[in-house]
Design a protein around this ligand. Structure first.
Ligand code: COA
Ligand code: AMP
Length: 636
């Protein structure tokens, strides 16, 4: 504990020299003279530094003589294709596509939307943007056209890069109709769509024209015809990307990440948290549409000269629950990162880990888990099975890298089940009560981070400085409010217990119940609704809607239920995995009209529930309690 504590202390007490020393591992076109500029509740990292992230992730390794080393190992469990690109190949393809973007008029600061499945071209498109100083915004493939449109419009993107489709177990996802619909809904900011044609997909680039006021171009053709682009030096504080995430309302927030602070923080995290170095094989089994994908599929492994595995597939069913172990053996994976839900999916199908014995997984040094709470049962099961350290670490889209973790690379601290161990460098974690006062060790409260946040974390919310302040900094002045609750024990170990807002976590995917309510309310037969996150043994949580219907409605409950599920799928996307609806005569409310969402959740989860004295009519709870009891009791 002592050695890491000393490192952490330095990162807080002497931020400037600590991070300036770390920054020397990055190649700058203009090295920063100071690390932190900090005034009031605004701060920036490496304000006078200048660099290029594509250069740092690609060219510098080639120039150091490592051009033939593996950079991206693509493994599709869906098509059985595997292909490794070396650093040289990845640099050349990135330079070619960067040239193509530039030929289409993309300049420094322009926003480019990337809506792609897990194929190497998604990584190439991201790095190509970074190469010319454009700002990418990747949208997860499981989002519907409406969500894509919202992001296009908010980012004000002119260019969209996509592929003909993605592969999900048992189905092909045709992206083209979704993109066309999104272009229609976002009313014409996009003038160019570049499509990576995949073999065997329903629509093809030759089926042109697709219209919607945009020119549609073939990836292969544009990448071939343009002159390759060299890396452009940009300010360390320039936005590298926007990544939209769910808040409490239906409008997602565009988290802004800079390049300089991000590079320095990711480099620190790879060495000290993950214990990874050049030549290692690092596998984050996530998706480039999420923050884990941005940080630990794309930028961090390539920054340090490791090989990254890009996996198109699932933990189970592609073809079986041994898929992860097959990938570890085949590519000699050293460090793996996934969400607890993926491990629970394997546990459910292969509880004795029989499939694990078929593979040689001795290359694996550690398994890191994040995205949702790691339940102790899953933690013990996988720790016993794999016989490597299993590390729970806690972070958010906003922070870009772990707030608390076990610094395995530094020398692991003793693990404690249920805890994501201790705060990482630069994170000053405090537990506050609702009035903003610190609470004693062991007492649960709001987890807040004292400002300034360390490098690599959000530098803003797209749309103006007030958005960062309003969303995160105004709740507890002087702190960033994480939206999570938890406690620190006597030894400074952090226990994250859950969200304090209306955000839920479905299979590691962050979903806003507020957004779901907005969608349900669109249906003509819905009078009122409330959505809460209830426990799910596989996905951690799932959304459940409570709905009252208008008088004179035309549909029966079964039909309405089906239409509501379809509506969420069409408006938000399949990723919301919305299936549960309970029809009620009235919603439980306080006398001032506030819906008792927490009580609803507790009733469904079978937890002891406290009925507030301010409830308008306690009898409203009776049918809900009865339905919840019936759902829990075994069928006779
Ligand atoms: N494009 C299009 N559709 C997608 C998609 C994508 N990229 N990703 C998911 N979907 C669809 C799925 O096909 C599914 O659709 P369906 O309702 O028609 O079956 C729906 O969205 C829900 O998908 P998913 O959340 O993957 O659930 P699942 O039941 O198919 O699989 C798990 C369950 C646990 C195996 C899966 O959720 C999983 O692997 N989770 C890991 C989570 C993760 O990586 N999180 C990132 C943070 S580290
Ligand atoms: P996202 O922004 O999608 O990465 O989701 C971030 C949220 O997921 C956090 O605010 C937490 O609520 C939850 N989360 C992520 N990692 C963990 C973890 N290790 N333990 C508990 N909750 C987590």
């Amino acid at each position: 504990m002592d050695r890491f504590h000393t490192e952490w202390r330095a990162s807080i007490d002497d931020r400037d020299s600590f991070w300036l020393a770390q920054s020397q591992r990055i190649d700058w076109t203009r090295a920063p003279k100071s690390a932190l500029e900090n005034e009031g509740d605004s701060w920036s990292w490496f304000p006078d530094g200048e660099l290029n992230l594509a250069y740092n992730t690609l060219d510098r390794h080639v120039e150091a003589g490592r051009g033939d080393d593996a950079a991206v190992i693509f493994d599709s469990a869906m098509t059985a294709e595997t292909r490794t690109r070396t650093y040289r190949e990845l640099r050349d393809e990135t330079a070619a596509f960067a040239g193509a973007l530039r030929a289409q008029g993309v300049r420094r600061g322009d926003r480019v939307i990337i809506y792609m499945p897990m194929i190497p071209e998604a990584v190439i498109a991201m790095l190509a943007c970074a190469r010319i100083g454009a700002v990418h915004s990747v949208v997860f493939g499981g989002f519907a056209a409406n969500e894509l449109a919202t992001r296009i419009a908010d980012a004000g993107a002119r260019i969209l890069v996509t592929a003909s489709g993605g592969l999900e177990p048992g189905k092909v996802v045709d992206y083209i109709p979704l993109v066309r619909e999104a272009l229609r809904l976002s009313a014409g900011t996009v003038d160019t769509v570049i499509v990576k044609q995949r073999d065997g997909f329903p629509t093809s680039i030759t089926d042109l024209p697709w219209g919607q006021g945009a020119q549609w171009l073939d990836w292969a053709a544009v990448a071939q015809s343009a002159a390759p682009a060299a890396p452009v030096p940009v300010a360390a504080t320039d936005p590298l990307y926007l990544l939209y995430t769910s808040g409490t309302t239906g409008s997602p927030k565009g988290i802004v990440r800079d390049g300089g602070g991000y590079a320095v923080a990711l480099d620190w995290s790879m060495r000290n948290i993950y214990g990874a170095g050049p030549g290692d094989v690092f596998w984050a089994a996530s998706d480039v549409g999420w923050v884990v994908g941005h940080s630990y599929i794309v930028y961090a492994p390539l920054l340090i000269g490791a090989a990254t595995v890009l996996y198109e597939g699932k933990p189970v069913g592609t073809p079986d629950a041994g898929a992860f172990w097959r990938v570890i053996e085949q590519h000699r994976v050293n460090i793996m990162f996934t969400a607890p839900t993926a491990i629970r999916a394997i546990h459910r199908i292969d509880p004795d880990l029989r499939l694990l014995t078929r593979y040689d997984t001795t290359s694996l040094r550690a398994l890191f888990l994040a995205g949702e709470r790691l339940d102790p049962e899953t933690y013990h099961w996988i720790t016993d099975g794999l016989a490597v350290p299993v590390v729970d670490h806690w972070w958010q889209t906003e922070t870009g890298w772990a707030i608390s973790a076990n610094p395995v690379g530094f020398g692991a601290l003793p693990l404690r089940a249920g805890s994501s161990t201790v705060p990482m460098a630069g994170y000053d974690v405090r537990i506050l009560n609702s009035k903003g006062r610190e609470v004693a060790a062991g007492k649960e409260g709001n987890i807040a981070l004292r400002l300034p946040l360390p490098p690599g974390t959000l530098t803003g919310v797209w749309g103006g400085p007030h958005r960062l302040r309003d969303s995160y900094l105004s709740v507890f002045p002087g702190y960033y409010a994480t939206g999570d609750s938890g406690y620190l024990d006597e030894d400074g170990y952090l226990y994250v217990m859950g969200r304090t807002d209306d955000v839920i976590n479905v299979a590691g995917h962050r979903i806003s119940t507020g957004a779901l309510e907005e969608v349900l309310a669109l249906h003509q037969d819905v009078a009122e609704c409330a959505v809460v996150g209830v426990k799910d043994s596989l996905k951690g949580q799932r959304a459940m809607g409570f709905v009252t219907v208008k008088s004179g409605r035309t549909l029966n409950e079964e039909e309405l239920h089906e239409q509501l599920v379809d509506l969420v799928r069409a408006r938000i996307g399949p990723v919301a995995a919305f299936r549960d609806v309970m029809f009620v005569d009235r919603l439980p409310k306080t006398r001032s009209g506030k819906i008792l969402r927490k009580t609803l959740r507790q009733i469904i989860d079978g937890e002891p529930h406290k009925v507030p004295a301010t409830i308008e009519d306690v009898s409203v709870l009776e049918p809900i309690l009865a339905a919840a009891r019936a759902a829990r009791s075994p069928v006779a």
